[in-house]
Design a protein around this ligand. Sequence first.
Ligand code: RTP
Length: 156
Amino acid sequence: AGTYKTDSERSFVMIKPDGVSRQLVGKIVSRFEERGYKLVAIKTVTPSEDLAKEHYSDLAARPFYPGLVKYITSGTPVVAMVWEGKDVIKQGRRIVGATNPLDADPGSVRGQYAVSVGRNLIHASDSFEAATKEIGLWFKQAELSDYEPVAWPWVM
Ligand code: RTP
């Protein structure tokens, strides 16, 4: 553990199967890196139905839920990540863009690369509570790295 620790927060960010199959992983990761955020964890996962259902449990009553679970469990992996830094939850949502790509800022990931709400490339936690739940769901404590990135002072 370094001496850099601040009150900064963590967000769970997931590149969905369409982002992996379209080979947009590097471009998406770069947006968080270049903004100055710290990569705490990253791995590919081919989600089970149970994992997808738990991740989206808040949406279980919505009509698109079965299709959403099918999309996430298509058999193509997702890239699960944890990013850390000042305001990363709110900033992550801005980097990702609005849920419907039609409403997404053209500078956002969805605004640049997505056209359909059902294939919107990426997920980012929308609150501290969601981030805590999602990081715990997708990662073991030992998978979360503790180190001091060179750029860190810039995001404190
Ligand atoms: P996410 O959780 O994936 O970051 O997306 P979000 O917060 O921007 O949107 P949310 O309302 O939580 O919806 C989760 C995901 O469900 C799919 N969706 N499909 N009308 C539809 O067909 C519809 N609405 C939502 C999207 O993949 C959305 O990201």
